[in-house]
Ligand binder design. Structure first.
Ligand code: ATP
Ligand code: MG
Length: 128
């Protein structure tokens, strides 16, 4: 598997091709995050951004990471058409796959909609 950082240029390229602005500050040091957790986040990132390109009709996509003492959180946010009830786990395999991979590392998937969609993938730093 690839490091998360290696996925960023591909993400940027995908969004660029779809004319969706990519906002990512970068520079986080994901210290304490295992390579396995990084791989899972990388897969979630790829699927989340693929969904943004395929479904969101967004003009902008923001990626951010938050590292606390106990967990790493990755957020993929778009300003597209996502609204409450519009995300259907039964419609495809992407969201379900993200959820299952995250559960494999004791993580969680949270999805919120409002002015667009926010996908939040959270993984504890210390195994339960
Ligand atoms: P697959 O991922 O299997 O190729 P899919 O993308 O349709 O198919 P999911 O990734 O599980 O399936 O997403 C389920 C549904 O949720 C999508 O079909 C789409 O209607 C909606 N959806 C997902 N992400 C977004 C988004 N960023 N904005 C708006 N709608 C979304
Ligand atoms: Mg999908």
């Amino acid at each position: 598997g690839a490091r998360l950082e290696d996925e960023i240029p591909r993400i940027r390229q995908m969004l660029n091709a779809a004319q969706i602005e990519f906002r990512y500050q970068g520079g986080e040091r994901l210290s304490g995050v295992t390579l396995l957790a990084e791989n899972v986040l990388g897969m979630c990132l790829m699927e989340a951004v693929t969904n943004v390109v395929k479904h969101s009709e967004a003009t902008c996509c923001t990626l951010s990471f938050e590292l606390t003492a106990t967990k790493v959180v990755m957020r993929v946010q778009d300003d597209g058409i996502g609204k409450p009830g519009s995300l259907n786990f039964e419609q495809g395999h992407g969201l379900q796959g993200m959820k299952e991979r995250l559960e494999f590392v004791n993580g969680t998937l949270d999805i919120s909609t409002g002015a667009g969609t926010t996908i939040e993938a959270s993984i504890p730093l210390i195994a339960k």
